[in-house]
Design a protein around this ligand. Structure first.
Ligand code: PMP
Length: 424
């Protein structure tokens, strides 16, 4: 289904599933949770950092803890078998959600960051050679950028950063110019968490493959907000986090093509990831468990399945359409202020808008917005080199999800207007 044909979301009904959206704020923040001083409605526009969790996800996790909490893979007893079934189902559901039907290709990690570290340590230390290069972009999140930087320092390889143009889109000519036959990996973010830019990840992967290089796409902002098909992209590796897609913290996914994961050494070692341990040496478990050492995030996997069920019920085309509508609305309203600079492309963007209000530090703006109940992110959003290029110390980012409304963006605009007057 094309995104523009997708049905509009029933946001009122969706919001009923998220009790936290009823929260008021404004009182004591030194102890967690509501208190008597809370009197301001919450307008939560920080979804690119972490999304909220619907009742269905919390209930699935509660049921796990109340009814079949147990360790997986080791027990013959009933609870352990039930937990194992749920844990493996989570691999399958997460795989299907991004277009693979192979459980072997879906490794649970703690988050996107760990997925990058996993590949940097396993593939990088065993296969990247001195004199080779990794091509990534100026708009990468630190999760990928620092992983590649550290790896290349260790291996005597070079990291190359593809430039962005004045609109905040990737300069594809520069990408083509940087990838050569010494390139071992091309790594790009699918949707930039700062610029909102949606990168042409299939084309990027094709360019990598033309030169015999691998591709690793950072899907942390893409998988929660749009349909993703790793097979259509032909990515070799792809990563995302549960907590940005209505799921719990503590679980993320590394997708990798089976034959590539097969040939990698393990990342963390210990229990669960071994087939046979002898004093003389050890052999490894099959995929994906070879990369899942120790007790895995079982409750979190159950929660991730419930989050995927929730998103699939709504339909990812409809989620994408809603995101794009809110981003366009926010972009238009913010650009009505002459003293606001917005970063990233005007069109074809993900559901977030980063900006600066002339002369006001993002932290001050964010603090005034908090007084209005508007939760946004202020800082460098883990893209410091990108902020260096934009020549700004920080920016304010409003990011939207399926439960957000235009009325909440109006609250953002009111708060920004108050800040303008205050600092005028
Ligand atoms: N990549 C991108 C594009 C992100 O937005 C984020 C989270 N801000 C990450 C990676 C890292 O995700 P996590 O903190 O869940 O590891």
């Amino acid at each position: 289904m094309a995104t523009h044909d997708a049905p509009a979301l029933d946001v009122d009904a969706i919001r009923e599933d998220f009790p936290i959206l009823e929260r008021k704020i404004g009182g004591d923040v030194t102890t967690p949770g509501p208190d008597e001083g809370d009197d301001t409605p919450l307008y939560y526009l920080d979804n690119a950092a972490t999304s909220h969790t619907p009742k269905q996800v919390v209930e699935a996790m509660t049921e796990y803890y109340y009814q079949y909490n147990s360790n997986v893979h080791r027990g013959i007893h009933s609870l352990s078998q039930e937990a194992s079934v749920a844990y493996e189902e989570a691999h399958d559901r997460a795989g299907e959600f991004i277009g693979t039907d192979k459980r072997e290709e879906v490794v649970f990690t703690k988050n996107t960051t760990e997925a990058f570290n996993l590949i940097a340590y396993t593939w990088g230390l065993s296969q990247l050679e001195a004199g080779q290069n990794i091509v990534t972009t100026q708009m990468e999140h630190h999760a990928s950028l620092v992983s590649w930087q550290q790896l290349c320092e260790k291996q005597g390889a070079e990291v190359r950063y593809v430039e962005i143009d004045d609109d905040g889109r990737l300069d594809m000519e520069d990408l083509r110019a940087n990838v050569d036959d010494d390139t071992a990996m091309v790594s790009a973010v699918h949707v930039s968490n700062t610029l909102g830019t949606v990168n042409p990840v299939s084309e990027i992967t094709d360019i990598a493959h033309e030169h015999g290089a691998l591709s690793f796409i950072d899907g942390a902002q893409a998988v929660p907000t749009r349909p993703v098909d790793v097979k259509a992209i032909d990515a070799d590796f792809y990563a995302f986090s549960g907590h940005k897609m209505l799921g719990p913290t503590g679980i993320g996914v590394l997708y990798g093509k089976e034959h590539l994961l097969e040939e990698l050494p393990p990342f963390l070692v210990g229990g669960s990831m071994i087939r046979r341990v002898k004093f003389e040496g050890t052999t490894w478990e099959d995929l994906p468990w070879k990369f899942e050492a120790g007790t895995p995030p079982i409750a979190e996997a159950v929660g991730l399945t419930a989050a995927i069920d929730y998103l699939e019920d709504i339909g990812m085309e409809a989620v994408q359409r809603h995101e794009e509508k809110l981003a366009a609305y926010a972009y238009d309203r913010l650009s009505a202020f002459e003293d606001i600079e917005i970063y990233g492309p005007k069109t074809d963007r993900g559901g977030l808008v980063s900006f600066n209000l002339g002369g006001v530090h993002a932290h001050d703006l964010s603090s005034i917005l908090d007084d209005h109940g508007v939760a946004v992110r202020a800082g460098d959003h883990c893209t410091q080199p990108l902020h260096d290029i934009l020549d700004i110390p920080a920016s304010t980012r409003a990011s939207f999800y399926l439960y957000n409304t235009e009325a909440e963006i109006d609250e953002l605009i009111d708060g920004v207007d108050t800040a303008r007057k205050l600092f005028a």
